[in-house]
Design a binder for this molecule. Structure first.
Ligand SMILES: NC(=O)c1ccc[n+]([C@@H]2O[C@H](COP(=O)([O-])OP(=O)(O)OC[C@H]3O[C@@H](n4cnc5c(N)ncnc54)[C@H](O)[C@@H]3O)[C@@H](O)[C@H]2O)c1
Length: 287
């Protein structure tokens, strides 16, 4: 308990899924939370994104553990609004110590228009950069930046070791953004090392959230049948991992986030941490 006592943590995409899981756990461990989310859908992304009610629920869960929650509806593509939200959050909560750049979308499939590439790249790469760069002026020695990547996103766009790249313009945007996050976090870790600010990336395999559990994703995993169900998809979900699991839970990613947010990892920087049941190793993407 109290592994991040007194810290203030910014989390993007905090209304549900992994972001909410991080917010609740970090609050239980003693942190106050600045929680932002778009709380609206993006037209090229087939599954629904979070709602304002979801973001309010995250705040309620944070407050239940006796910590403070500052929420704002913000699209991470909108750097100005993000800058303002962070400034207001810091004014209210006092300081900023940890950034969890987690917001993301995954618009897969060959039916997705070219705009899907733009949207996914802008949210998953530019949105991370916006969050980190607008937070930077508030961060000091001992701060920790944690970026959410993806094992599936690291598969080369031409496919690799018999594994297909993610499909369609949105898949290309997803892959490019997650690959760029790998080099971005490594470069930034070197740049911020002398300031004792750490930068690490977590690359999950399938995670049991709405991004994975939606009809479009089921179809990607089961192209052989029409309108596959979750049960149908769960037959092929395990193919990515070395371990016999279909996915990890959001809580598994949160364990890693908690470690990287805490001072336990005070000399860990530039790490590409795979929380993936051995998926990156199996697919030949670990190095
Ligand atoms: N679920 C998986 O299988 C999986 C696997 C690997 C990596 N990831 C990554 O994990 C991260 C979290 O995804 P998740 O699994 O919790 O999915 P999710 O869809 O449940 O959560 C994503 C959250 O981000 C928010 N969001 C989307 N676009 C936004 C924007 N422009 N501005 C602000 N908020 C926005 C959504 O509203 C939602 O609350 C993403 O970066 C994703 O790429 C997910």
């Amino acid at each position: 308990m109290n592994r991040v006592e007194g810290k203030v943590v910014l989390i993007t995409g905090a209304a549900r899924g992994q972001g909410r899981s991080h917010a609740v756990r970090l609050a239980e461990e003693g942190a106050d939370i600045i929680a932002v989310d778009i709380c609206a859908d993006i037209a090229t992304n087939d599954y629904a994104l979070a709602s304002e009610a979801d973001l309010a629920e995250t705040a309620a869960l944070v407050e239940k553990s006796g910590r403070r929650a500052f929420t704002r509806v913000v699209d991470v593509r909108d750097r100005r609004s993000l800058e303002q939200a962070i400034a207001e959050g810091v004014a209210e909560l006092g300081h900023l110590d940890v950034v969890v750049a987690n917001a993301g979308i995954c618009a897969l499939g060959h039916h997705v228009p070219i705009q899907g590439f733009v949207d996914v790249f802008d949210v998953n790469f530019m949105g991370v950069v916006n969050a980190v760069h607008t937070a930077l002026p508030h961060l000091g020695a001992g701060a920790s930046i944690i970026v959410t990547g993806s094992v599936a996103g690291l598969v080369p766009q031409t496919g690799f070791n018999g594994v297909q790249a993610l499909q369609g313009p949105g898949g290309d945007g997803y892959g490019l953004s997650k690959k760029m996050l790998r080099t971005y976090t490594q470069s930034l870790a070197l740049t911020l090392g002398p300031s004792s600010i750490r930068v690490n990336a977590i690359h999950p395999t399938n995670v049991d959230t709405d991004m994975l559990n939606n009809p479009g994703m089921y179809q990607i995993f089961r192209p052989d049948i029409q309108n596959p169900t979750r049960e149908d998809a769960e037959v092929t979900f395990p193919f990515m991992q070395a371990m016999p699991i279909p996915y990890v839970e959001a809580a598994d990613i949160t364990h890693a986030v908690t470690y990287l947010a805490s001072d336990e990892s005070r000399y860990v920087t530039g790490l590409q941490m795979f929380v993936d049941g051995g998926a990156a190793l199996k697919l030949g993407l670990a190095n």
